[in-house]
Design a protein around this ligand. Structure first.
Ligand SMILES: C[S@@+](CC[C@H](N)C(=O)[O-])C[C@H]1O[C@@H](n2cnc3c(N)ncnc32)[C@H](O)[C@@H]1O
Length: 216
């Protein structure tokens, strides 16, 4: 029997990742307003908040806002005066996220930019270095997002990539779906490149995390 099964998942969620009313409202509003139900799970959101707080991040970047659910968790891990810049391609998703950032009282910490992240990142390179980068947009883009993050993180900065297991496809090497191929490349670079100290958080769909080992 696998140890991390549904009962354990529920235990972890109820014990370590209890949503307050704001977060649970945001999670239920996302499908109600017609957006896809592809947010991080509560325990993954709590993990992001933990990483941001534990790493002392002050300037964080999220690629893939959707309705702002993970963004609220990240913002809650930032100190007073900290900032999250979050990038979203869809105007419709961004409008929902803006309402949710308002609802959560984090608009002083969160700045959303709307457009293709690959283009927005070109200008963002001048606003770094970043302390924390969370990647959760289209999976095919993960290798390029990793290249950008590596160049624009501060020494000991942290990268987190959601859907590290691609809903299970990661372990089926015959699966040549471009999303699985791209995330395999992403994970392998984090795991094999000596510039990173990496690990995977195996709850939900997996979050691969790495610290950039770079001389200060
Ligand atoms: C999985 S959802 C993000 C979920 C969100 N991080 C959460 O957990 O609440 C992915 C989002 O990335 C956006 N996206 C996809 N491709 C993008 C791109 N090239 N640039 C910016 N955003 C993109 C999608 O529109 C979608 O809203």
């Amino acid at each position: 029997m696998p140890i991390y099964n549904e009962a354990i998942e529920n235990y972890v969620r109820k014990t370590f990742a209890v949503e307050d009313e704001i977060l649970s409202t945001i999670r239920s509003e996302i499908p109600r307003r017609g957006l896809p139900e592809i947010t991080v799970r509560p325990e993954e959101g709590r993990f992001l908040q933990f990483l941001v707080a534990a790493s002392g991040a002050r300037l964080a970047l999220e690629i893939g806002t959707l309705g702002g659910y993970s963004g609220v968790w990240i913002a809650r891990g930032l100190p007073t005066g900290g900032k999250l810049i979050t990038l979203e391609l869809s105007e419709e998703h961004a409008a929902v996220a803006a309402d949710h950032f308002e609802m959560a009282g984090v608009t002083d910490k969160v700045e959303m930019r709307v457009g293709d992240a690959h283009e927005l990142l070109q200008d963002l390179a001048y606003e770094g270095p970043f302390d924390f980068v969370f990647i959760d947009a289209e999976k095919e883009g993960y290798p390029a997002y990793l290249d950008w993050a590596e160049t624009n993180l501060r020494p000991r900065g942290m990268i987190a990539g959601h859907n590290a297991f691609v809903h299970g496809a990661i372990v089926d090497s015959a699966d040549r779906d471009p999303r699985a191929v791209a995330v395999r490349r992403f994970n392998e670079r984090l795991a094999d490149d000596e510039r990173f100290i990496s690990v995977v958080f195996p709850a939900g769909d997996g979050t691969a995390v790495a610290v950039l080992r770079k001389a200060a």
